[in-house]
Design a protein around this ligand. Sequence first.
Ligand SMILES: [Mg+2]
Length: 179
Amino acid sequence: MTTSMAHNPPKRCSKCNEFFTIPMHASVNTKKCKCNDIKEDLFIDMDGVLVDYDLAVEGLSEEEAIKTRRTPGFFKDLKPMENAIWGFHKLAQKYNVYILSTPSWSTPTSWTEKVIWTDRNIGSAAEKKIILCHNKGLFKGRALIDDRTVNGVEEFKGEHIHFGSEKFPDWKAVLEYLL
Ligand SMILES: [Mg+2]
């Protein structure tokens, strides 16, 4: 054993059970294992959670709604849900937040437009944090905030926060629970 190890032996973290060494002359803030800096992953759906999809097709017949959502430009110009942008930024302070959205296969422009929407409405906090996927059950994290149970939501490895349900009717309720 070297002299420095004798004076500064590794400690086992009670949280992650890994050994860590406290740097010599460390301040109080750095006397912690690195796991304290790791944020949990959190996933957020787009349509019906971040994006007000229903508002854009309100009052339209099913046929008109299909035609409207297949029109290039539809997905990039949708309005955000009330408090959604504020909520995203609040959650991003505590969690490693990803957008997990299922794009429309029949509207290939939706793939590009979801990125454009995110860049316009959320900005750098969501840069390179978008996952477009048809099976949300492949992912694991603290929670998935989603307004539906389709596309693998029920198989997600973590808690499903059912947005729009009685327990989580809006963004305020979600933040009260997660922060
Ligand atoms: Mg949705």
